[in-house]
Design a binder for this molecule. Structure first.
Ligand SMILES: NC(=O)c1ccc[n+]([C@@H]2O[C@H](COP(=O)([O-])OP(=O)(O)OC[C@H]3O[C@@H](n4cnc5c(N)ncnc54)[C@H](OP(=O)(O)O)[C@@H]3O)[C@@H](O)[C@H]2O)c1
Length: 213
């Protein structure tokens, strides 16, 4: 598949490298395609990766991943213009801010970043996913043979199997977490991972998995 990745940072870089290894074409949408760090990422990934402006890469992609900082996300969506129309958008963004006790969610309970993204991305189909674990686990989601879990929340039932397969290609066990409004739950779940990793001493090398009887 042709994937546009908007934001070639920790998350975009890890997911782009993993998807390219699985045979997908990854186009990074960046503000400066010639930047040294972007060129280094392209070199690391190899011939399946390219970089251009967000509007260019969105135009040529089947699916767009948003991996921008929360405060930059609306502008990043607007920078793609009409090229998002009819496209699937995977939203990995957590609406983080700095509160009195450290990193916290800026919004939640009654609205989510996922729903805000859908509001800014009219004509596209937004799925909340790839936000509930750290970027190093996105590079390799398998722990001693056990797949860590990744949820997908979105309202577009017809396109959801495509999204589930694409996230599954990365190595996750993928679970349909219902409609896009459940991004409110997934963003809170992400905040739990962040708190455990960065504040409670678990570090980045852990992930959540589902156990069943
Ligand atoms: N880090 C994690 O483990 C993790 C896990 C799950 C979800 N997330 C979420 O994923 C998102 C990205 O996190 P990250 O750690 O990958 O951040 P990051 O390393 O800081 O990367 C963010 C990228 O977004 C780019 N960017 C900023 N403004 C932009 C704009 N207007 N248009 C296009 N690109 C823009 C930045 O480009 P420049 O370098 O040019 O500024 C940078 O490449 C965040 O919303 C975060 O909450 C992160």
């Amino acid at each position: 598949m042709k994937l546009a990745i908007i934001g070639a940072g920790n998350v975009g870089g890890a997911l782009g490298a993993n998807w390219a290894q699985k045979g997908h074409d990854v186009f990074f949408g960046v503000r400066d395609p010639k930047a040294e760090k972007t060129q280094a990422l392209l070199k690391k990934i190899g011939h399946k990766a390219r970089a251009g402006s967000a509007a260019e890469v969105a135009a040529s992609a089947d699916v767009i991943l948003l991996s921008t900082p929360w405060p930059a996300t609306e502008a990043a969506i607007r920078s793609m213009g009409d090229n998002i129309k009819g496209k699937i958008i995977l939203d990995a963004v957590n609406p983080l801010t700095r509160g009195p006790d450290g990193i916290a969610l800026e919004i939640g309970h009654s609205i989510s970043a996922g729903e805000k993204v859908q509001g800014w991305a009219a004509g596209a189909s937004v799925f909340k996913t790839l936000n509930t674990t750290g970027f190093s686990n996105m590079a390799n989601p398998v722990f001693n043979g056990v797949k860590s879990v990744m949820f997908v929340a979105g309202d577009d039932v017809a396109n959801k199997p495509k999204v589930i397969n694409l996230v599954g290609d990365l190595g996750f066990e993928v679970i349909d977490a219902g409609p896009l409004r459940n991004a409110r739950l997934l963003e809170a779940h992400a905040m739990l991972w962040i708190d455990l990793a960065l504040v409670r001493g678990q570090g980045r090398d852990f992930a959540f998995a589902l156990l069943r009887r």
